[in-house]
Design a protein around this ligand. Structure first.
Ligand code: ZN
Length: 281
């Protein structure tokens, strides 16, 4: 009887785990280069960032670039050198994750609502054509609400750029300079959810403990805004808790959740058609 009871209990626990998992677990996409386009020096590392996912991609041989769109002059404990200190700490954070470079566009912090959308978009299109990423990560242009003007502007410009970079009649001056149009096959969007209602993720990506620890290091590399953690436990917990919470929703230990969109998702049936025909060859 005892054995039966234990088996039943194990089954119930497993069923409860399955019931809690409401975001499908995905696999990293094929490819070798990713471009992370966000607003600020620390956006890639925090609770709504991509730290674990990026560390996992780097571990499987990808090369990553981080686009820091603003100069972060207002973010931190000092007025004046914030832009430079945050830039340095951003480089330390991407190193912890294994990315290659920080590309700073240096638009004025918190002023991006007054920057013409097409100016920012043109810069992103140029970078997409230069680095030719197999995946782009950014803020969700369709997120419910983000009060940060830099986040909103970046999300919209990135959402438009990933599509327009593939069109040869968009910014032909890039072509004249030797660049070629580039289609981004897949994007992963995130969105902060501590005000507004965030967004609806459609995929979770798992990562391991070693990758979590690099995410922790990347988060705390931003000492100008985060200070120094009071204890090793606090240091780890800050990034472990959201990773565990996301993991729970996907039925694994550590995860992050995103809204994944493939290039042809807006054309119903086309992905199936391409998959079928690719198989037939
Ligand atoms: Zn930010």
């Amino acid at each position: 009887m005892g054995k039966v009871y234990h088996a039943l209990a194990a089954l119930l626990v497993a069923a409860a785990g399955l019931a809690a998992a409401d975001v499908p677990l995905g696999q990293p996409p094929p490819g070798k280069t990713f471009l992370v386009i966000l607003s600020h020096h620390d956006d890639h590392t925090w609770e709504w960032g991509f730290g674990g996912f990026l560390a996992r991609l780097v571990d499987s041989g990808w090369t990553g670039y981080y686009v820091r769109t603003t100069n972060d002059e207002k973010d931190g404990r000092e007025w004046g050198p914030n832009d430079q200190v945050n830039h340095k700490e951003s480089i330390a954070a991407v190193k912890a994750l294994g990315l290659k470079e920080v590309i700073s566009l240096n638009w004025r912090n918190d002023h991006m609502s007054s920057v013409p959308l097409k100016e920012v978009r043109a810069q992103y299109i140029l970078l997409i054509r230069k680095y030719r990423p197999d995946a782009v990560m950014s803020w969700n242009p369709w997120g419910h609400y983000d009060r940060n003007p830099d986040h909103r502007r970046v999300a919209r410009a990135a959402g438009e750029a990933v599509w327009m970079a593939g069109l040869e009649n968009v910014h032909p001056e890039h072509l004249a300079a030797g660049l070629k149009p580039h289609r981004v096959p897949v994007v992963y969007y995130s969105q902060r959810a501590d005000y507004g209602r965030g967004h609806a993720p459609n995929i979770a990506i798992e990562f391991n403990e070693a990758q979590l620890l690099r995410k922790v290091e990347a988060y705390w590399a931003h000492r100008n805004v985060r200070g120094v953690p009071a204890s090793p436990e606090i240091k780890r917990r800050e990034m472990e808790e959201p990773s565990l919470a996301a993991g729970k929703r996907a039925g694994v230990k550590y995860a992050e959740m995103f809204y994944r969109l493939e290039e042809w998702d807006h054309l119903p049936g086309l992905r199936d058609y391409l998959t079928e025909n690719a198989r037939a060859k």
